[in-house]
Design a binder for this molecule. Structure first.
Ligand SMILES: Nc1ncnc2c1ncn2[C@@H]1O[C@H](COP(=O)(O)OP(=O)(O)O)[C@@H](O)[C@H]1O
Ligand SMILES: [Mg+2]
Length: 277
């Protein structure tokens, strides 16, 4: 039994989760191999299961990545889920399903005149790429950012800066086979006055406990998504009224923060082993 943990050529051995999962799978007698998703020599048919993990360059090569996902015979999360989840326009579907979602203006012509502080980001992105926080007085730079994204043909999202994130951070709720596994706190990433950041950025991660209110929102999110979900990460931030809102649902290649939650790698490894035994 061999499982491929799909990564990308910039990180051929995979991230910390891949190392944690590989060790936990080995303890169950399952061999795991980190394989770059675009490795031309990879024989995907040879694996009992392919689990998408650190495929972090997909945002710049989305069509190619989704075509690959369609070709791989036993892939989790499933290709259709990846197709839906790799573009944050899925937030509109979840909003329609009654999930509390971060307020978002989709593809506006101009920057907001009525919000003191806001975030501009493209709908296809990861690691805060092409994402920035702007304040009143920074309209020229914000407008240039928005227009540059539009000129690239990308769907632009404009959201109020959820300032509660400064103190509370972002809470990531990790699910394995739709069962809650653990939570982690991600420190805020966007600094005031910093403009556009270069390169990928991730906030510092610490272990966290999920509140019943956060768990209820996350449950509502997952209930709105059909299909076989080996893993899911629900990223919540306190919204304008203090109650949690969905910032991002990561069903594609979420960091699972396994090293911050003892026992969690074993849970995901057992879920993987159960699929192939
Ligand atoms: N509306 C917002 N209010 C406050 N912070 C935000 C907002 N949108 C994004 N951020 C910050 O930017 C980071 C990246 O945005 P996110 O929507 O999670 O996209 P991705 O992680 O796919 O790049 C978040 O982790 C958060 O720190
Ligand atoms: Mg995010």
């Amino acid at each position: 039994m061999t499982v491929a943990l799909a990564t990308f050529s910039g990180l051929p051995g995979g991230n910390a989760d891949v190392r944690e999962l590989t060790a936990a799978l080995a303890a169950l007698g399952v061999e795991a191999a980190a394989v770059s998703w675009d490795d031309p020599s990879a024989d995907w048919d040879a694996f009992d299961l392919v689990v998408v993990r650190s495929t972090w360059d997909y945002t710049a090569r989305l069509g190619e990545f989704l075509a690959w996902a369609d070709r791989v015979p036993r892939l989790l999360n499933p290709a259709g889920t990846l197709r839906w989840n790799t573009d944050k326009r899925y937030l509109r579907d979840l909003d329609e399903a009654g999930v509390p979602v971060v307020p978002t203006r989709w593809d506006p012509e101009d920057v907001p005149a009525d919000w003191p502080e806001y975030v501009i980001k493209p709908s296809v992105s990861a690691g805060s790429r092409d994402t920035a926080r702007w304040r009143a007085g920074e309209e020229d730079a914000a407008r240039a950012h928005l227009r540059a994204l539009r000129a690239q043909g990308r769907t632009v999202m404009v959201q109020p800066y959820l300032s509660a994130i400064d103190a509370a951070g972002e809470t990531a709720l990790l699910f394995c086979d739709r069962e809650f596994s653990h939570a982690a706190r991600k420190a805020p990433i966007l600094k005031a006055g910093a403009g556009l950041l270069d390169g990928p950025h991730g906030g510092e991660i610490t272990a966290a406990r999920a509140t019943p209110e956060q768990l209820a929102v996350a449950r509502k999110v997952l209930d709105a998504v059909p299909g076989d979900l080996l893993y899911a990460r629900v990223d919540l931030v306190p919204g304008p009224d203090g109650t949690p809102v969905l910032l991002e649902l990561e069903l594609t290649e979420p960091a699972l923060f396994l090293e911050h939650a003892p026992g969690s790698a074993g849970r995901f490894a057992r879920a993987i082993a159960a699929r192939i035994s």
